[in-house]
Design a protein around this ligand. Sequence first.
Ligand SMILES: NC(=O)c1ccc[n+]([C@@H]2O[C@H](COP(=O)([O-])OP(=O)(O)OC[C@H]3O[C@@H](n4cnc5c(N)ncnc54)[C@H](OP(=O)(O)O)[C@@H]3O)[C@@H](O)[C@H]2O)c1
Length: 250
Amino acid sequence: MNERPYVTLSCAMSIDGYLDGSAPRRLAMSNAADFDRVDEVRSRSDAIMVGASTVRRDNPRLLVRDAVRRARRLSYGRPESPTKVTVTASGDLSPDAAFFTAGDSPRLVYCPSEGVRGLRARLGERATVVGLGEHVTMAALLQDLGERRGVRRLMVEGGGRVLTQFLEADLVDELQLVIAPFFVGEPRAPRAVGAGRFPWTASRRARLAGTQQIGDVVLLRYALSDRCDSPADHCDVLDSGAAAVTADRS
Ligand SMILES: NC(=O)c1ccc[n+]([C@@H]2O[C@H](COP(=O)([O-])OP(=O)(O)OC[C@H]3O[C@@H](n4cnc5c(N)ncnc54)[C@H](OP(=O)(O)O)[C@@H]3O)[C@@H](O)[C@H]2O)c1
């Protein structure tokens, strides 16, 4: 059996813990230099995952932006951008979303088995739809990614409901948390993490593996498994510099 993929959670939140505002227009949490850092992490991943709500609301492309990074991937015989992954129970995903139309990397959609037929009819050739039983768990999803899709490194970019499930299930190796220098303060805005029972408590504290100021935001890096202690393999993504680029989360 393959080793479980190395999982990095990556998100940017306001000082008061929100991933976004509640207005229709998405709130940019981070800055150009940090988006470039995220691009580097993406470029070193085999797959990038977001929840279906993020696909609907943000319409992200989830591609590697930087041409040098894309070329580096190609030189290693990999696609220019990682495999895109999402999960849905409702099946409410448009085949015209940028998730399905931008770039040519593989796209995987996980859903309960009863939704497979409808989603395949809706998405056609634009994605591989995978049913995972009555209820999709992040453990089953990771197992499929590792054993059947050849994914060794998964980057999970949100939103909050997906992040919460990975954290609750203790499936995260590394958390890269960026704090934006403002408050949101809207009760209906999405939280970075919802209520739950988490493995790290006041009596079992997570290990802070690093901090880095990036312009007006700060990156906190938490090691949530022993695998994050192996710098050569895993925690090597912060040395990439942070060249400013014009970027948003797409
Ligand atoms: N600041 C950041 O770094 C960042 C990053 C990403 C996203 N965001 C923001 O986060 C917000 C969205 O976050 P969110 O928490 O509302 O949603 P989300 O985590 O992006 O997606 C939740 C949806 O994913 C599907 N899903 C999740 N777990 C599932 C499971 N076990 N089985 C089946 N389907 C499952 C469901 O889709 P269905 O409803 O289709 O069933 C669920 O409604 C957006 O406002 C976005 O802008 C911010």
